[in-house]
Design a binder for this molecule. Structure first.
Ligand SMILES: O=C(O)CCC(=O)C(=O)O
Ligand SMILES: [Fe+2]
Length: 343
């Protein structure tokens, strides 16, 4: 069965919301340099410097930044987008549809009438077992180079995600929960293809949304499209860059942090004659984990706003009719009601 994702059609079904060119020319301020950093450097002056910049981004309620990172070799990124991703999307539809999940929008997405968008997801993308089982699903006869490239990419990006998350937890004063949180998370790699548009008009293909994830790292390949909503309410185009990764806070981290960290609203607008490829690498809670706010993040000034929740239930709610109608799916799913406060 081909699943339908009506929210993906937002840009096409709401011509009023199409925009000719939403690209903002605002100067780009959010580049944080992770070059030479690793988790072992936690506490060093270089680490503290980047963490201070991250705290500034969070304090300004921007909740996104571009991480310059040398932990993924240029050749690996080139191999992933130049060959591997193309080889994957060239597979027959019935093969790609084998990529299924218990969570909406976490398996193959595509074949949506009027929309040339496809995505596939590798689960446990940082582990060799995860990339191997995805590879075997797509190529039962094997495809070692695909498996190696995707696994290396996933593993190396998981290092960046951990540095970012550790710094965020340090900033909140709850780094003692970092190891336990690591054991409760897994990583997914979604590879997406946005077909060239026949019309030159730029169109919002992925409507404004916040990710359900803990932390998302978006990797754009050559063709721009990702836009974030700035604190001033402007859509800002994030330019693709060969050595950086766009970090966005997701709703699972918003929930875990009792709303101290806010999920970042973003969208994808494409136009023109180039097919666009991107990879979305993200941490998210494992299926059987109950996400619970640490007690240090609840006090008089910050009363508990989210009840414990599970990721699969939340994701499926987010994509349900009720969840899609809601302005704030996390609050609708597990928000503490006013009359429950102090109960
Ligand atoms: O393709 C991109 O640049 C970002 C896609 C995205 O936001 C998503 O898939 O959640
Ligand atoms: Fe997203």
């Amino acid at each position: 069965m081909i699943r339908k994702y009506p929210h993906l059609l937002w840009g096409l079904q709401n011509p009023r919301k199409r925009e000719k060119d939403g690209m903002s020319t605002e100067t780009f301020h959010h580049k944080l340099d992770f070059t030479g950093l690793s988790l072992e450097k936690a506490g060093t002056p270089e680490w503290e410097r980047v963490r201070a910049q991250m705290m500034e981004v969070v304090a300004n309620e921007e909740n996104w930044f571009e991480a310059v990172y040398d932990g993924v070799a240029q050749e690996l990124r080139e191999a992933l987008f130049g060959r591997t991703v193309k080889e994957l999307f060239a597979l027959p539809v019935e093969v790609k549809m084998r990529n299924t999940s218990n969570k909406a929008y976490h398996g193959y997405v595509g074949q949506i009438p009027g929309l040339d968008y496809e995505a596939l997801s590798v689960f446990d993308a940082h582990l060799v077992e995860g990339t191997r089982s995805f590879t075997e699903l797509m190529w039962p006869e094997g495809n070692p180079s695909f498996c190696d490239i995707v696994h290396s990419f996933g593993r190396q990006l998981s290092e960046l995600e951990k540095m970012v998350r550790r710094m965020l937890l340090e900033s909140l004063g709850v780094v003692k929960h970092f190891d336990r949180q690591n054991s409760e998370l897994t990583f997914g790699l979604r590879m997406a293809k946005y077909g060239a548009l026949t019309s030159q008009e730029a169109t919002v293909v992925l409507p404004p949304h916040v990710d359900e994830t803990t932390v998302t790292l978006v990797v754009q390949h050559k063709v721009a499209g990702l836009q974030v909503l700035t604190a001033d309410g402007e859509w800002l185009a994030v330019p693709p860059s060969p050595n950086s990764y766009t970090v966005l806070i997701g709703q699972s981290l918003q929930g875990w942090s009792n709303g101290r960290l806010r999920a970042k609203l973003h969208r994808v607008m494409v136009g023109g004659e180039d097919t666009r490829y991107s990879s979305i690498f993200a941490s998210h809670p494992k299926d059987d984990v109950v996400v619970q706010v640490p007690e240090e993040l609840v006090d008089e000034e910050h009363p508990l706003i989210y009840k414990p929740f599970g990721y699969p239930g939340f994701v499926n709610f987010h994509h349900s009719e009720e969840g899609m109608k809601s302005d704030d799916a996390l609050k609708a799913y597990c928000g503490v009601q006013l009359d429950e406060v102090g109960a």
